[in-house]
Structure formats: C-alpha cells, structure tokens
Write a protein that binds this ligand. Sequence first.
Ligand code: FAD
Length: 578
Amino acid sequence: MQPTELKTDVLVIGGGIGGCRAALRALEKGCDVLLAEKAVIGRAGPMTFVHSQFAPWRLTDDEKLLWMREFVEASNYLADQEWLDVLLTEAPDRIEELVQLGVPYERDAEGRLKYTTSRGHKVGKTINVDGKIVMEILRRELRRQGVTLLEKVMMTDLLTSDGRYPTGGEVIGAVGFHIRTGEPLVIRAKAVILNTGPLYPKIHFSYVDGVTGEGHRMAFHVGAELAGMEFTQYASWSYWEDKFSTPGQAKIQGIGARFINAQGEEFMWRYDPEWGNLSSLYRVARGIITENMEGRGPCYVDFRHCAEEDIEMLLRVVPTLALALKEFDIDIRTRPLKTTPFMAIGMGTSGGVRVDTWSRTTVPGLYAVGTVTCLPVIMSGNSGSGHSTFSNVGGYRAGEDAARWAKRIRHMPKPVSAQLRDILAETFAPLTRRGPIRPSDVWAAVGEVTCETSFALLKDAKRIEQTRRAVRAIGEQLLRRVSAPDPHELTKALEARSYVEMVELCCLAYDVRQESRGEHFRADFPYRDDVQWLRWVVLRKGADGEVMVSTPSVPFDRYPIRPERRERIPSPFPIPGS
Ligand SMILES: Cc1cc2nc3c(=O)[nH]c(=O)nc-3n(C[C@H](O)[C@H](O)[C@H](O)COP(=O)(O)OP(=O)(O)OC[C@H]3O[C@@H](n4cnc5c(N)ncnc54)[C@H](O)[C@@H]3O)c2cc1C
C-alpha cells in the first residue's frame, strides 16, 4: 500500500491529557495541529483511570517551599526542583482552565473544589474526578476548536532531517499506520510532541493496555536522552479477591484505608514508619509479599473505619471499582478486600524521555509530555497524583514552545527517502512473514522472565544480567520471526517490539544504579546511598548504535532544597538467606 502523506505545523502523538493540552495550546498560538492517537480519546489510555489530581492553589512563597519540600523528600531528593517550581506556579491556572471547560471536580457543601489527601501527600492536596470525563471533555474541545484528529492511528517511527538515527539534525515528522485498515501514513511536521504514555507490559493482572513504550523507543532512536529507567519497577496491589483488578490505589490510600494481615495487624508501619498506609505502591506491594512469605498472609485492604462520605466519593471517582464490587456482590463497608500484589517492568515512578521545563527533549524539534517522560518532578518519588498535573502543565508548555519552534521554520521539511523506505519495510515486515510465532508468544515470554519474583524483589548484578540476556534472546529469537496476519496483530507485534527494546534499557539502568532507592531495590546494595547516588542515570543512543550512559549529579547548588546529611540508609526489607 502506498503511504498517505499529510503535513502539519505541529504533530502530537498520543492523546492523553498532556497531548490534548499541547494540541490546544499550539492551535491557540496559530499553528495547524494534527493529533494521532492509537485508540479513541476518552475510551482508552491510562488517563481514563485517573481519579485524583495534585492540585496546588495559588501558594504563598512559604507554602510553595513547604509543598516543594514534600515532593523533594518523597522523591528521595532526585526531583528536578526547577520543574517543580513551574508545576507549583502554573498548575492553578491549568486546573482553572479545565474547570472552565466543564470538568466536574468533586465539590464541598459550599460548592468549592473539595481538596483531599492522596498517597505520598501530607501537605499537598488533590482534587477528584473520573479521568474518563476529563478526556471526553478534552476530545470535544479538540474537535470544536479544529485540531485534526486521527484516531486508531499508531505512530511507530520519527523522521529526521538528515535521515539518520541518532540524528545530528532535527525531527521533521513521523510514520505510522491505521490499526484497522493498515494504511501507512507519513506525517511531515515542523515539530513533534510525544504523549504516548508510560511503559507498561500487556500481561494478565494489568488493566493497562496499549501504552507499551513506542514514544520511548522513537525518542531513543533519534538520540534523545532517557532518564530514570531504573525506576521502572511497577508494583500494584489492586488485584482483588483473586478475581478482578481495578484502578484507584492512590484514592484508596487517600481515604485512609488500612493494610492488614491475616491476624488483623496493620503492618505497613513496619516497612515505612513515616508514611505507613500512605506509602508508595512499591513499598506496599513489597510489604504484602513479605507478610505472605513470612506466614502472616493473606493480606487485606480494610475500609470498615472509613467515613461513608469518603467511600461514596471513592466509588464515584473510580467507577470501575464500584462496578466490580457490585458484580461480585462485595460491600467494602462491612468486610476487608483480599489483595494480591504483582510486579512487572513498567513505569513505577519514572522512566522516560528527559525534558527541560519547556518539555523540550535533547533533540531539536522533539518534545515529550506526561508519563512518556522521566517525570522529572517525581523521579523515584511517591506522589499518588502528581502525574496528571505534570502532564497538564507540561502539555500546555510543550504546545506553546512547539508553536514558537514551528513558526521559525519557513519550509515544510521533506523526509529522506532511504530512511522512509527502511522504516516502512521494517514496520510492515510481520505482515509478510509466515510462521507460528505471534505477538502473544512474545508477551508471554517476556512476562515470564521479568515478573519472576526473585528478579522483581531481589535484583542483583547476576540476576539483572541474566534477565537482560533473556530479554535480548526474546528480541532476537521471537520478535524477528513474529508474524501478523492483519493490522490488528501488527499493532501488537510493534507494541511488543517497543516494550522488549525498552526493557533491555531498563536492565542496563538497574545495573548502573548500585544502591536501593524508591522502586529500585538491589539485593547486593540494600541501602539508599546518598554519598554516591544523588545522581540521575541518563541513557542515550550513540553514533554506532551503542548505549551511552552518564550519571550527572543532581545540581543542588541551583536548588532551594538540599539533603541535610549524606549517608547510607538501610532498606527495611529482609533479604531471605542473608
Ligand atoms: C491504573 C492507573 C491509575 C492512575 N491513577 C492516577 C491518578 O489518580 N492520578 C494521576 O495523576 N495519575 C494517575 N495515573 C498515572 C496516569 O497514567 C497519568 O497521570 C495520566 O495518564 C497522564 O497522561 P498522559 O498525558 O501521560 O497520557 P496517557 O493517559 O498515558 O495517554 C497516552 C496516550 O497515548 C496513546 N498512544 C500510545 N502509543 C501510541 C502510539 N504509538 N501512537 C499513537 N498513540 C499512542 C495511548 O493510546 C494513550 O491514549 C494512573 C495510572 C494508572 C495506570
């Protein structure tokens, strides 16, 4: 099939909250904007699971420092404080704009926004709404205001001005295809904004689907820096009653639910004396697993003491949970919910494209927004609802700067034909293959290797190397032979390709960070090492395709908040056999 060629000033890839905000802002600044979304906005994508959003009001300087300190300490001091300053300053306006568009955030009896608590916040506050409604409103606005919307279009590769990966020039567009018809698309653009969401696997237990790291992969190949890839240990504990899983974890913690073991003992204080039941996803999952391993399981989440008003709000803003409880005839007011955790390689708190405060990547013409980035305000942190607000603010900024960039370019750049030919050949190769290996075989193989408990919980240099080799073998032996009889299977094959490539980079980053911090736990370095590791791990594709690693120190000389002491802090988790 001959590709259809389209042209636009600004191309946005992915329609989460950040992509929609970016598209609307670039349009407002006078650009033609095209948004390509793999699914249908408001029907898919992690933003449809969001229930609470970090919500600073217009803070005084003293308040701002307090809110910032909470984020920085929760990030184990790795947060980018310049970005945090932007977030805390601009979020009130970005939230107000959503209110003006009609987003129905929960209100108190006087009709004011109702501020609540969420995981990882004692000072900072959140506001609540079902994220699906936010996305439906944004989709309506995109159409009303004139953004060209291409839905069911998966973008796979970026085009560069010199036709090279990594590029010494600029990003000048992207290539993709319609996931139903298979029609190839070449979109020429003066600026490209990635908003393809976090890196997650397609595996049983996870209700997250379709965000498998294409944006990460595209950015990496053109030479953009990635950071925080070692914090991609996704942990979840919302697989309930051995039957169903739901979103809503941050809100569940926010309304004061307690984690109890089979003896009814509240155990999280043992593993996190500071945050207890408001602890991070990783620590809670790991706490539950430790209780189970030491014979005190199964574990439960107990809502019986929660206020009725809070339970009602939880069920309103997390309708999936309400539906499932109804279907299985469970009343959380009268009995605790059994919980089974799982771990996988996927965005825990960070892991993605490195961006500055204008959402610019390190490659000209390429921007990244939201959870495809390294989430610089969170890094190894524990904020239950900072992601969507970061995306909201970062999207607006990306749209504004991309419009500025696009206006400086007089002529629409033209793709280099050899690069385009190679991309199309590689993308559609699975359609031409015959053979028994299907994308689901790749997902099964990679799930088996990466979700294995000893790896997820007790990484050490040897296990990391074994996993890296196993993942590489999956790439070489399965991915290269995977066949796809139709565009639907082709989509899955390309999703698996991105995930496998990115997981190999995660393994590299796990190996580089020789300490335990946040979601990153090393059994051979079971302590947080503030002497050596107040650093970011940055990966970039080198000229010959090799991965270049750097570990820049966090620039505390520019930041208002600094650690008082630099010491090694032991992990609270036991290591079996040690
Ligand atoms: C279960 C769950 C609950 C969460 N709860 C909260 C919460 O309460 N509060 C909070 O702040 N955060 C929460 N998060 C984090 C949440 O993911 C982000 O806050 C939010 O989704 C940010 O959106 P985004 O702008 O990064 O885009 P996303 O919502 O991640 O959307 C990315 C979009 O890109 C599309 N896409 C992907 N690949 C391609 C491609 N190759 N081509 C075209 N399109 C593509 C996807 O289909 C998707 O629509 C939660 C995450 C999960 C998984």
